[in-house]
Design a protein around this ligand. Structure first.
Ligand code: UT7
Length: 322
């Protein structure tokens, strides 16, 4: 028997308001044709005024707790992966903790931009296997539209708001049982200028806006994601062709297709929600994961590879059996 971090339940929350590609063309010179052809995106959700990242995260967390049939009293750690926290401090995770009525345990935010959820799985897996946590709420939540420059067509059409959450629990299982099998995280701080936000408390005293040289990020993303998945699977000697499902970060359908082609993956096994959600940064992987579990595609016993690439650069992958 081995101690593993098993995926006990998932949940999601998407704000009510939807911005179509036609809506985006009211802000900038763009078109539905361009956005669909270059990215696969048709719409994105946008948080309402006064609706914060902690609100999205709390709603997704409640759904995940219900799905896992775990009470908040049994959660000992909350991690919120986000780039768009409610405040510079306190951590959004502590606000979620309060919203859920949890007065014990610990909560903190994790900042790895679009790779935040993958980094979170890596941290939760390590903590659970070390005996430092039993039941963890891991949330990816963003109000990314708040840091967009709605006059910059090269970025504003790409992102959206949302939250996805999972409950991960410690469990003694057979070697071929469920849980996180391997994870792999990487970063390379040399490429900040290709993808960053031009503000922050220490540098400008402002929140800033997203800036990206998209076509250069694109090339790195395909190569680094493919490498991360290969290295992650190699840790447990699992051939890529034996993996049932791939749940990628949802930045661009062309990146999903590029990675699938590079690793000879059947496109039908790649979960895509980019058309409806756009890029929700740290929320995109748990939103896609929840979608495919809720609609019955991913079933108990299936192997699932998660992956992401984002600002930093940060990137990584995680392999689990559901
Ligand atoms: O999640 C974090 C990681 N982020 C990513 O992975 C994003 C990676 N990058 C991408 O997804 C793609 O590079 C983009 C979707 C951002 C851009 O697609 P592209 O095929 O790389 O286009 P491009 O940047 O090379 O731009 C091509 C043309 C340019 O015009 P010119 O210079 O050829 O005349 C742009 O000005 O498309 C123009 N353009 C637009 N046109 C209409 C850029 N944005 C738009 C737009 N509407 N919204």
């Amino acid at each position: 028997m081995v101690l593993r971090a098993i995926l006990a339940g998932t949940g999601q929350y998407l704000p009510e308001k939807i911005l179509s590609n036609a809506d985006m063309s009211q802000f900038v010179e763009t078109s539905d044709e361009w956005i669909v052809a270059r990215t696969g995106i048709t719409q994105r959700h946008q948080a309402a005024e006064g609706e914060f990242t902690s609100d999205l995260a709390t709603a997704a967390a409640r759904n995940a707790l219900k799905d896992a049939d775990v009470n908040i009293e049994d959660i000992d750690l909350i991690i919120v992966a986000t780039t768009t926290p409610d405040y510079t401090f306190p951590a959004t995770a502590t606000i979620v903790q309060k919203n859920l009525g949890m007065t014990h345990g610990a909560a903190f935010d994790l900042q790895a931009v679009c790779s935040g959820f993958i980094y979170g799985v890596n941290v939760v897996d390590a903590m659970i296997r070390a005996g430092a946590a039993r039941n963890v709420l891991l949330v990816g939540a963003e109000t990314f539209t708040r840091i967009l420059d709605f006059t910059d067509r090269t970025t504003c059409v790409l992102f959206g708001d949302g939250a996805g959450a999972v409950v991960m629990s410690a469990k003694e299982v057979d070697e071929d049982g469920p849980g996180v099998l391997a994870s792999f995280i990487r970063s390379d701080g040399r490429h900040k200028d290709l993808l960053h936000v031009d503000g922050g408390p220490s540098s400008t005293g402002t929140v800033g806006h997203v800036r990206m040289i998209g076509n250069q990020v694109f090339k790195r993303a395909v190569n680094d994601i493919a490498d991360a998945m290969t290295q992650c699977a190699a840790k447990v000697d699992m051939p890529i062709e034996d993996i049932d499902w791939f749940v990628p970060h949802q930045a661009n359908q062309r990146i999903l297709n590029g990675v699938a082609k590079k690793l000879a993956i059947n496109p039908d096994s790649v979960i895509s929600t980019v058309a409806r959600h756009a890029n929700t940064s740290a929320a995109s992987v748990p939103l896609a994961l929840h979608t495919a579990i809720a609609d019955g595609r991913i079933k108990r016993g299936d192997t699932v590879m998660l992956e992401a690439f984002g600002g930093g650069f940060t990137w990584g992958a995680a392999l689990l059996r559901y």
